[in-house]
Design a protein around this ligand. Structure first.
Ligand code: NDP
Length: 328
């Protein structure tokens, strides 16, 4: 089967030569192991951190090993009594057409009401990040104004819809008119500011006439600065990601004075450190998705060989919704 390994660590932007496509034999199963054919591979911004040696919120991964990543697929063979051939499962089998799991980090999936691919997005890790940041950090009440950056993406789209369901005024920040149009007209945000239009500060001010009570930050840099400048007293900031800086640039905050003057609370989090919430969070999200109260969108690249290009696109905003690679 085919797999993609980390061939070299990127210097600055990720490039095709950082990856290598290889063919490897299917291993024999030991007791307790399961052979899985991956249907979809998840591409996520954290993978950029793992490619580097430098400290990041995800541990560094070794060279010449399969690129790490979440997958959904079907059991092809099993020497674990809990898993039967044909079961659909979620695992961490990486950028590969197949893989062997010892059952750790493996989860059986019910695809009767929710499509398989959604378990990598809205009812998977990104959805959980949204759920946790919104419910455990932002503490946004009905009528309060919430800002979400990377609003059309896997995480941001869920945050904004949860905030709408609570009755908040929800303002997104996204790149380009097409994404902004989707965020307002499909996802139901009250407004969306196109940060690429060149007027971020003024446009965000116009979209937040009552100031900002809570921020869900996915981007950092100019997006975060613009949101901070609009905060009301005691606003809460869930710091989920700083994708504008994943290529290694420093990520200064423009004006720390606002943290003091507005008595802000800012809290970073890593969703895999809060497993105690996953069952509740995923259950709530699954109900909302099955009832069509939360919508989602996917960018699907075709075939394993397309993964590097799709990943580079994700880091430049070429994806529109959860970025996946379809393997079969
Ligand atoms: P998305 O689906 O949102 O895709 C990434 C988006 O980021 C792009 O589409 C693009 O949107 C935006 N983007 C990329 N580069 C830049 C840039 N230089 N400046 C501004 N925007 C940029 O990805 P996810 O929803 O999976 O992840 C969103 C964020 O959440 C990331 O920062 C990620 O690292 C973080 N995350 C953190 C977790 C945690 O546990 N802390 C868990 C999961 C995700 P646009 O075109 O609108 O600019």
């Amino acid at each position: 089967y085919q797999r993609i390994v980390l061939a070299a660590r990127p210097r600055g932007a990720v490039a095709p030569e950082n990856f290598r496509l290889e063919t490897v034999p299917v291993p024999a199963l030991a007791d307790g192991e399961v052979l899985i054919r991956n249907h979809y591979l998840s591409l996520d911004p954290y993978m950029r951190g793992r490619m580097s040696k430098a400290a990041s919120y995800a541990a560094s991964q070794a060279l010449d090993e399969t690129m790490i990543g979440g997958t959904v697929g079907e059991v092809l063979a099993s020497r674990d009594a809990f898993y039967q051939v044909g079961d659909f499962v979620n695992g961490m089998l990486g950028w590969a057409e197949m893989g062997v799991s010892d059952g750790v980090m493996l989860r059986k999936l019910d695809t009767t009401r929710i499509p398989l691919s959604a378990y990598l997005g809205v009812v998977g890790m990104p959805g959980m990040a949204a759920w946790y940041g919104f419910n455990q950090i932002m503490e946004a009440a009905a009528g309060e104004t919430v800002v979400v950056s990377a609003a059309s993406g896997a995480v941001g789209s869920v945050v904004g819809q949860l905030a709408r369901l609570r009755g908040c005024r929800v303002v997104g920040i996204a790149g380009g008119p097409e994404k902004c149009d989707y965020v307002v007209n499909q996802l139901g945000f009250d407004a969306c500011v196109d940060y690429k239009a060149g007027n971020l500060d003024a446009d965000l001010a116009a979209a937040t006439p009552d100031g900002v009570d809570a921020i869900f930050e996915n981007v950092g840099g100019a997006c975060l600065d613009a949101s901070l400048a609009r905060t009301n007293a005691f606003a809460r900031i869930a710091l989920c990601g700083l994708i504008a800086g994943y290529n290694g640039a420093d990520m200064p905050i423009k004006n720390s004075r606002v943290l003091l003057i507005n008595r802000l609370t800012i809290r970073g989090f890593i969703i895999t450190e809060h497993m105690e919430y996953w069952q509740q969070g995923l259950q709530e999200l699954a109900v909302l998705v099955a009832n069509r109260q939360i919508k989602y969108r996917e960018s699907v690249a075709d075939g394993l060989a397309a993964a590097p290009e799709a990943f580079m696109g994700l880091l430049q905003g070429r994806n529109f919704g959860k970025q996946l690679v379809k393997l079969i």
